[in-house]
Design a protein around this ligand. Structure first.
Ligand code: GLP
Length: 263
């Protein structure tokens, strides 16, 4: 697990942008796992800028979103379909047919989940999975107590998640969808690389539990400790409850020095 601590939200967005660009230049048909929530918006803005200013090409990229609410149509202003269209898909040249977001209106949800997993397998798996983290340690919508081997399925949202999400639904808890389709922790763990982003004090406890706590279904993000290539890219506030901040910073400085020397 590599922990990278940057000064601010802008800095983590820029660094995440650089990482995605590097992966994309290396593999133009990159299979990119995408996340929603407020945290990755800065990264998506960076990618849009790189597309407009440098011609970063998304024409062969294939995307899979982590999750989607159940019970609201894709056209709902707060659906993750709308979110992705608004922040990324309408602004870069990724073909619509290459993008995948769980279908919240499908009749046979169980069959759909199997199909989603199969689509991921058919393109050879996810190369780089972008993740945010919930204040309760969830990734995707894998709430505390989710099996660490879980696959794409329906989950009921935890009360703490519903509370946070009321901000997106006009402050009205009753209108927040109570269920979602989400890739499982096991699905996420099969991505070749994971990049988890977090910013702000409200994420500090979840980050400390994810990085330095025990691996437990109580904190689904802690499963990333078992991932061979997971990067935790956070700002100072989100890092504020970590015990080994100095070590992570020192490790990152040494890595940069090594990279500069080998140029
Ligand atoms: C939702 C999403 C997660 C996301 C989380 C954090 O629960 N399903 O994928 O990581 O929100 O959102 P934010 O970045 O807004 O804090």
């Amino acid at each position: 697990m590599e922990v990278i601590i940057k000064a601010s939200y802008d800095e983590i967005s820029k660094e995440a942008g650089r990482m995605v660009r590097k992966a994309l230049l290396k593999k133009p048909n990159l299979v990119l796992g995408l996340a929603t929530g407020s945290t990755p918006i800065g990264l998506y803005n960076e990618l849009v800028c790189m597309h407009k200013e440098e011609g970063l090409d998304f024409s062969q990229v294939v995307t899979f979103n982590l999750d989607e609410y159940v019970g609201i149509p894709a056209s709902h202003p707060e659906s993750y379909h709308t979110f992705m269209e608004r922040h990324l898909f309408s602004k870069v040249n990724v073909p619509t047919s290459n993008t995948h977001i769980p279908q919240n209106t499908t009749r046979n949800l169980e069959k759909f989940c199997e199909w989603y997993e199969q689509q991921i397998r058919e393109v050879g798996g996810i190369d780089l999975q972008i993740l945010g983290i919930g204040v309760n340690g969830h990734i995707g919508f894998n709430e505390p107590s989710s099996s660490l081997g879980s696959r794409t399925r329906i989950k009921t949202l935890a009360p703490s998640t519903l509370k946070v999400h009321t901000r997106d639904f006009g402050g009205d808890l009753d209108t927040v969808p109570k269920m979602a389709i989400t890739m499982g922790v096991g699905t996420i763990m099969e991505a070749k690389q994971c990049l988890l982003l977090a910013s702000g004090k409200s994420k500090a406890q979840a980050i400390a539990r994810c990085v330095e706590g025990p691996i437990t279904a109580e904190v689904p993000a802690s499963a990333l400790q078992m991932h061979p290539k997971a990067v935790i890219l956070i700002d100072e506030e989100a890092a504020s409850q970590l015990k080994r901040i100095d070590y992570y910073k020192w490790g990152y400085e040494n890595k940069l020095r090594l990279e500069a020397d080998s140029l």
